[in-house]
Design a protein around this ligand. Structure first.
Ligand SMILES: *Cc1c(COP(=O)(O)O)cnc(C)c1O
Length: 230
């Protein structure tokens, strides 16, 4: 068996075990394979093992891969920062974007989504641990942004996404993931039709699943280490 196939099996087992430990059904947690910096052949290999959803951070790099792999009918998720000058590429090439953090970006995506395509699935990125220089909308501002995004044509609001500061201790990972889940539940209680909580990566997917993640974004555990990006 190839390395990617082995890794995929191991990650699926981690997800299944974490779901069992949390008394959740394994079908409640989707795996997004984060293929940033890895080439189209690596994605092809993961796809051959049944993986359908892939996450990319660097939009230009992603658009090339999406073109090379169009024959596979994969589902592509933008999980990197989206500047105004990149919204058109995101709207034209991706199925999901997890990193909407202001109305202006959502409006551009809405205007630029080709009418022939299905609505672009969106998550609002929340600055859940309040880092001063971090991307993401403040937790107290999420509800009003969600109401504005829901009204935009060409977009389908699906949920929230978080990237907490890496924490060593599981208790610390759990605490921040639980805050995100509480926010998600509060929005749903207000009637917002959200079904996706995108949180958890290679280092903290068990804690994220215990706290109620519905989609984990895993790169390193599937494809190996990445060169440091400068
Ligand atoms: C790179 C990245 C991941 C994957 O991280 P790993 O630790 O390699 O699993 C997940 N989410 C986002 C937003 C990323 O940029």
């Amino acid at each position: 068996m190839s390395m990617i196939s082995d890794n995929l099996q191991r990650v699926r087992t981690r997800i299944t075990s974490a779901c069992a430990a949390a008394h959740r059904s394994a079908g409640e947690v989707a795996l997004l394979a984060v293929s940033k910096t890895f080439d189209a052949d690596a994605v092809r290999e993961a796809a051959a093992c049944g993986q359908r959803a892939f996450g990319e951070n660097y939009i230009q790099e992603a658009v090339e891969k999406i073109g090379l792999l169009a024959d596979l009918g994969l589902e592509w998720h933008c999980i990197g920062p989206v500047q105004s000058n990149k919204t058109r590429l995101v709207a034209q090439h991706f199925d999901w974007v997890h990193t909407v953090d202001r109305l202006k970006i959502a409006q551009r995506l809405s205007e630029q989504r080709p009418p022939s395509m299905t609505p672009l699935n969106c998550c609002l990125q929340v600055n859940i641990d309040g880092g001063a220089n971090k991307a993401g909308v403040a937790p107290e501002a999420v509800a009003s942004l969600a109401r504005e995004v829901i009204a935009l044509p060409g977009l389908r609001l699906r949920g929230l996404m978080t990237i907490p500061e890496p924490a060593e201790r599981v208790e610390d990972q759990l605490a921040v993931h639980r805050r995100a889940r509480s926010l998600f539940d509060a929005l749903r209680a207000q009637g917002l039709p959200l079904d996706t909580l995108s949180m958890g990566m290679t280092g903290d997917l068990e804690a994220a699943i215990a706290a109620g993640s519905t989609m984990v974004r895993v790169g390193t555990a599937l494809f190996g280490g990445r060169p440091a990006k400068t």
